[in-house]
Design a protein around this ligand. Sequence first.
Ligand SMILES: Cc1cc2nc3c(=O)[nH]c(=O)nc-3n(C[C@H](O)[C@H](O)[C@H](O)COP(=O)(O)OP(=O)(O)OC[C@H]3O[C@@H](n4cnc5c(N)ncnc54)[C@H](O)[C@@H]3O)c2cc1C
Length: 825
Amino acid sequence: MSILAPFLALLLATLLVAYHRWSLAVFTALSATALVAVALAGANMTATTVAAVLLAVVALPLLITPLRQAVITRTLLRIYTKMLPKLSDTEKTALDAGTVGFEGELFSGMPKWETLLAQPKPELTAEEQAFLDGPVEQACRMTNDWEVTHVRNDLPPELWDYLKKNKFFGMIIPKEYGGLGFSALAHHKVIQKLASVSATLSSTVGVPNSLGPAELLLHYGTKEQKDYYLPRLADGREVPCFALTGPSAGSDATSLPDFGIVCEGDWNGARVLGVKLTFDKRYITLAPVATVIGLAFRLHDPDKLLGDQSDRGITLALIPRDTTGLEIGRRHFPLNCAFQNGPVRGQEVFLPLSQLIGGEDYIGHGWRMLVECLSVGRAITLPSTSAGASKLAAVVTGAYARIRKQFGLSIGRFEGVEEALARIAGNAYACAALSQATAAAVDRGEKPAVPSAIAKYHATELAREVARDAMDIHGGKGVILGPMNYLGRGWQAAPISITVEGANIMTRTLMIFGQGAIRCHPWVLKEMQAAQNPDQAAGLREFDHSLFGHIGFAISNAVRSWVLGLVGARIGKVPGDAYTRRYYRKLNRYSANLALVADVSMLTLGGKLKFKEKISGRYADVLSQLYIASAMLKRYEDEGRPAAEQPLLAYAFHDAAHKIELALSGALRNFPIRPVGWLMWMLVFPWGRRAQLPSDRLGRRAAALLMSPSDARDRMASGVFLTPCENNPAGRINSYLPKVILAEPVERKFLKALKNSDIEALDFASQLAEGVAEGWITAEEKAQLEELRALTWDAISVDDFDPFELQAASLHMDKPKAAQATRAA
Ligand SMILES: Cc1cc2nc3c(=O)[nH]c(=O)nc-3n(C[C@H](O)[C@H](O)[C@H](O)COP(=O)(O)OP(=O)(O)OC[C@H]3O[C@@H](n4cnc5c(N)ncnc54)[C@H](O)[C@@H]3O)c2cc1C
């Protein structure tokens, strides 16, 4: 037997234990057994003895806990404490807020899929479904987006009243305060449907139900504040807004210069202790019509009226609209979207302490309050808006691509269009699964800090992609604005979603991976906490546990990455069916890859990783795509593994896998320490980068699903406003699809007769008459072709205007008169 046999036995034992992530004790026992076995089989005794000594030297000090802690851990703790990146207070607050859900598994390198699949299927209550079928449907019917965005630049008064009366602004407010007390899923479905008809409508309803006065009062409000404001917010007597952003404090919101000074002042005829506020805020949604303004500012107490501290930190207050000194009412004009948005300013505005959210107890806790509540709103408003817009664009673009004919064919039959249509199908499918997954996480009681950032970033990016492809497929029909255009305003609004609630570039590079790596990693946060434990003995014990857990974890991920890469992720016990098992296996591989590269990057780059946004952004993409793919697989299981949906799942999955490999290879090729990059490359891509974009054949199947009625198409269309009515050209076009398909054979017969000059008349009516007279078509077929012509005409028509209608009304008034008219409106 070769002299190498004992060392090979050790290597095999190491690979096996690391792959399965067994303990050090198991490793030692298995290695010892393997050495005994090779010795008995006649291996060279000297080599076996050397291997045994090697095993003892490595394993024994690690197995004897007091020895390990005293010698190894203490030294490593000293080094670690020096390397530990300094976290700002803002970062610490962000890390402390929120919970970790399935995304933690994705960071583990060995996700427990049964945990994901055991999560209950998200379901609406009968009451929530009735609200969607009743008031939400009615609100959609009442919305004419052209009138909203061009004629009024606002929702019509009767729609405002309808929304308030039906408590659309009180979805998150519990019933005991007069709200609807809806689940996050219902909230998601309402916003999704409203967004499919108008971004102005969905933003107007989304904001009061997102991060703002209601959410903050529910968590931190005093009893008096809750009792007074929540019922009024629920039924729309109060319209809220929340003002954090200012000209100098955008993404870096904690740098806000707005301040309040503790002092005495007059309030409702009495002299009381309060705060004098000076602030300059902008971009504030609903501000122009708000009756109560939530405000973030820094509180100062120079006269120490509230205690010893002068700078009390970020604090939140509620300002009634009629408060003296408040300047409000002017509007911004965000990309032709008509939701109310504008600046809020104030100079020495006095408020009593009772107007601070949570009262005196919450002075200085403003940032924590915002961050804790942010994840819930961010998980719903923009992801649901994006899902609604994408679903609608997908089904209607599919119908349009079938109805619109050029060169004698439906444009969807041209491969160029089919390619774009397939992307729409995959992106809309991913977007819908992602946004529902984060809403479901909220309903499970999570505060999904990292998934909400993933959902916000990716749902809005996916929706932008969908809008771009849908616009291209519609050609001029998408470009010409007017009542018949159902895409242009959504396309215009896409950058708004990208910017608000955490601008996307920052969300990707700082939040998803930055927070994800620390929060979701099984050991990093524990190590950091242990290293900072003031009780040194306890800190050493905790650090020892976390550090060696981490080392085992890292070795396991390196081995799993390499092994799963070598076998093309074809091994491992996973759930799913014959169609999806390979997907779970691929995700196992990518999860191990992410855990490996994250660990190596944190170890080798330390605090510098925070500033290497091109690297961390790519890691964020890997984590995000893992999350999106998991959400799609969960949805597929929840829906009962529908075979009809498999092309959509497959398309979106291959796209996600391709993006993961692209991101990993980009990060490794550009890794600042080259030898480390090469080493990681060998472990992650032993055969090179292999994932491909979805194939053309798959793309054809995905695109075809959007162009013909099917189960999968119905599911894509569910939850969006497709009622064919006067205000809804998209719904009308969608409703034409079955009739258009039914008429296609007759149309082909008729076109053939024209082409062969069997029918010679020039205008359509005469051609039909000649066709019937000469027996090329029947009278019923003539009627069918006439209907087809009418439907097609409605589908492809665009608007034109008297030039006067496109001019701003203010052009025809003098300025004071125009201002007066606006106020009156
Ligand atoms: C229509 C609209 C409605 C809004 N509604 C509200 C509201 O109701 N209440 C409210 O308080 N705020 C609101 N905002 C503010 C919004 O939520 C954003 O936080 C804000 O717009 C971002 O600031 P900024 O536009 O000044 O961009 P900047 O902060 O100047 O950012 C510019 C770019 O730099 C990037 N960037 C910044 N820092 C980093 C970094 N460290 N790493 C990488 N990239 C970075 C950003 O991602 C962005 O792409 C609204 C904004 C808009 C446009």
